[in-house]
Write a protein that binds this ligand. Structure first.
Ligand SMILES: O=C(O)CCC(=O)C(=O)O
Length: 311
């Protein structure tokens, strides 16, 4: 379901400003080490594309998730952006009102969240990046594929926030209405698709696809079992979104290595996290636990729904 105009320009401006600062920082760093020979010009999307072309791994510094790697890892690859504007967006009352209408007033912010800044396909030279779901297309999947079994019975709602307009030509979401009723489907692992598991076409054959275009400030809501993908960005400018998730307090997040927090609670209002520094500290601690090897379990499992007979 798409909801237009949930967020205003005033709501989104702090996020844009925060990301301008990250981009400036990356540009300065790449100029300093010689990876960029000159300061890129143009709008945010043009400059981001230039940074990505010069250093494809730069996307890591913009994401709102730690990477989905089951260690061991090098510290440099395990980066995440935790900024006050992102924290405020996660707790935005208009978003929480919509979530409350679906799962009730006891709301946890689920840490399965992603930033998707998608330059025009022609601006992404690196073929594997074109198939990376944070940068290029996203293949058919249900979000349950990215979750560990502790979330199998959790009512997770995804709130996909459009930070730019997202239309058919620049890579909006496409969903299969009613697919959440099918239950979890087979997802095939595919190393070529930046390790993103996908529902094979035979499973979805004959089902009706519905593009979900939405303007900047609008959101798309879906269930963890809804089958969806996104289209390639064939426009001339960047398509930008964040997918945020929420679940009823007390239910498993599907990503125990990453920190959830109470975003709204009628029952225990004092448990709501309002302190940005505390939120950031939780993520810094999670990062440290993973990097140091102190986190004992798996972070991510992408072969749970694989079925060799179908794949
Ligand atoms: O934004 C996209 O391109 C894909 C988002 C997605 O698949 C998701 O939110 O689960």
């Amino acid at each position: 379901m798409a909801i237009e105009s949930l967020l205003t320009d005033e709501d989104l401006t702090p996020v844009y400003s925060e990301y301008e600062r990250i981009l400036d920082g990356r540009v300065d760093r790449l100029l300093a080490d010689g990876t960029l020979s000159e300061r890129p010009g143009g709008g945010f999307g043009d400059r981001y594309s230039a940074v990505l072309a010069a250093d494809p791994l730069s996307h890591r510094w913009f994401n709102i998730s730690l990477p989905l790697i089951n260690g061991p890892v090098d510290a440099e690859s395990y980066v995440m952006h935790c900024g006050p504007a992102v924290f405020d967006l996660l707790r935005h009352p208009a978003i929480l009102d919509v979530v409350e209408s679906v799962i009730g007033p006891e709301i946890a912010s689920n840490p399965v969240q992603q930033m998707r800044m998608k330059p025009p396909v022609d601006a992404v030279a690196d073929e594997s990046l074109r198939l990376h779901s944070n940068i290029g297309v996203t293949t058919w999947h249900q979000d349950i594929v990215a979750l560990l079994p502790d979330a199998d019975d959790t009512r997770i709602v995804t709130v996909w926030v459009a930070l730019t307009d997202a239309f058919v030509d620049n890579g909006c979401l496409v969903s299969i209405p009613g697919s959440h009723r099918l239950g979890p489907q087979v997802h095939c692992a595919n190393e070529d698709l930046a390790s993103e598991p996908y529902v094979p076409p035979a499973v979805l054959a004959g089902m009706r696809e519905q593009p979900l275009p939405v303007r900047r400030g609008g959101v798309v809501l879906f269930d963890k079992l809804n089958a969806h993908r996104s289209l390639p960005n064939r426009s001339g400018s960047m398509r930008w979104s964040m997918d945020l998730r929420y679940n009823p307090i007390g239910q498993g997040s599907g990503r125990p290595a990453f920190p959830a927090f109470v975003a709204r609670s009628e029952r225990q209002p004092e448990s709501v996290l309002e302190d940005f520094e505390a939120w950031k500290a939780m993520w810094d601690d999670a990062r440290e636990a993973i990097i140091s090897g102190a986190y004992p379990d798996r972070i991510f499992e992408d072969t749970r729904w694989n079925d060799q007979a179908v794949c």
